[in-house]
Ligand binder design. Structure first.
Ligand SMILES: Nc1ncnc2c1ncn2[C@@H]1O[C@H](COP(=O)(O)OP(=O)(O)OP(=O)(O)O)[C@@H](O)[C@H]1O
Ligand SMILES: [Mg+2]
Length: 393
């Protein structure tokens, strides 16, 4: 997880009001495949049926069931779930590549369901670009022309679009390969072309449907870092589908976890790992290395005596793993400081409790104690001789 991601620990999965910072706003969205599909949404008779029971009773598959969420500007919103849980259907509904059965859907406050063909085309070409798992490249075109393809469709002139494409090719690290054809590239390189093609049109949102699942683990890691970099440097809004939990935790600001067409939990990686909504989610996140997801904010307790006054400090968004390092280095209690304010302290016991999954029982001290003069300023720690440096989130 990048530093920027760690800094969003205060984000919650529950915001339901469409404000200025909302790109996609989705409310009570349903997609039902099958005969008389429109009779299923909101029908109490079918509400509690499993996907299989519903299919047996009606012949319909409810791929997306009553899903609501907002995608905020600049966030990486991950949709995660097992195969068949409805991820692709949901994301395709966002630009109406699949027509929703019912519900409402807006981009920047504009009703997507009311868009005519021209407006929809504009949405898909300029505002929300899709990156697919199998790249979807044109085999007989060069890398450069593949990347320029979206611009060509937009009607941009040849020299202008090639110049723009060359810029984006360089941005995703493909310099020197401009004149190759897709068949002459590795899987990872092909996916970079797919990413560059989506980026070339400078879309407001990038939609990724399991873009890296065909890549081997090292290249996959590279591409995940590429996504985090794009997010950190350009603040691009992204909706990212994956069935891989570690990928979701690494790149997501917020995650919507889907099961049988429903969102069973939505929240930050820390919320999902730290407070699973039900046994299904708990089982899903059981093997996650908690110290890499949970933060000092969760592990801290109120300071006792003069603990708030001195010693090393960390930012509230650092991982428990980083906080452990700070505690080991200083040999004692480390303050959790935000903008010069001491929020609490972390020690061996609190950090181990989080690693052991006992975090919820441990007394947290969100915003507990007041300020202390000079808090957050590096000081020498008399006991250990180390400097009380601040580890930024
Ligand atoms: N055109 C269709 N007609 C009927 N059922 C469909 C159609 N498309 C998808 N489904 C069903 O909807 C459900 C959700 O499918 P979807 O492709 O959205 O799942 P997914 O989470 O993307 O899975 P995967 O991880 O395998 O890609 C599945 O049960 C699938 O069989
Ligand atoms: Mg899919």
């Amino acid at each position: 997880m990048s530093s920027t991601h760690a800094g969003t620990a205060e984000a919650t999965g529950t915001a339901q009001s469409a404000g200025d910072d909302v790109v996609f706003s989705v409310r009570n969205l349903w997609k039902v495949f099958g005969p008389k599909a429109e009779k299923i949404p909101g029908n109490a008779e079918y509400a509690d049926l499993s996907v299989e029971e519903l299919r047996a009773r009606t012949g319909c598959t409810a791929a997306v069931r009553d899903v609501s969420f907002d995608v905020r500007k600049g966030e990486v919103f991950v949709v995660m779930g097992l195969s068949g849980s409805g991820k692709s259907t949901l994301v395709r509904c966002l630009t109406r590549l699949i027509e929703p059965t019912s519900g409402s859907l807006a981009i920047d406050g504009e009703d997507v369901l009311a868009m005519d063909k021209g407006r929809l085309r504009e949405l898909r070409r300029h505002r929300a670009a899709m990156v697919f798992q199998h790249f979807g490249l044109l085999p007989h075109r060069t890398v450069l022309d593949n990347v320029a393809y979206g611009l060509e469709i937009q009607g941009m002139g040849k020299s202008e679009r090639r110049a723009k494409a060359a810029e984006v090719v360089a941005k995703v690290g493909l310099q020197g390969l401009e004149n190759r054809r897709p068949g002459q590239l590795s899987g990872g390189q092909q996916q970079r072309v797919g990413l560059a093609r989506a980026l070339a049109v400078d879309p407001e949102v990038l939609l990724f449907d399991e873009p890296f699942s065909a890549l081997d683990p090292l290249i996959r890691r590279d591409m995940q870092e590429e996504v985090c970099r794009l997010h950190d440097e350009e603040g691009r809004t992204m909706v990212f589908i994956t069935h891989d939990l570690s990928e979701a935790l690494r790149i997501g600001d917020r995650i919507a976890l889907m099961r049988d067409g429903r969102v069973v939990q939505m929240g930050t990686p820390e919320e999902i790992v730290g407070s699973p909504a039900d046994d299904y989610v708990r089982d899903f996140v059981r093997d996650v290395p908690r110290e890499q997801v949970m933060t000092a904010r969760t592990a801290m307790r109120p300071p006792v005596g003069d603990e708030a006054e001195q010693g090393a400090s960390v930012a509230p968004g650092v991982t428990v793993s980083e906080a452990i390092e700070a505690v080991v280095r200083t040999g004692g209690v480390v303050r959790v400081v935000d903008n010069g304010r001491c929020l609490g302290v972390v020690d061996h016991q609190g950090l181990l409790a989080v690693v052991a999954g006992l975090g919820a029982d441990f007394p947290a001290a969100t915003g507990a104690t007041g300020t202390s003069a000079g808090a957050g300023v590096p000081r020498p720690d008399a006991a250990t001789g180390t400097t009380g440096e601040v580890i930024p989130a």
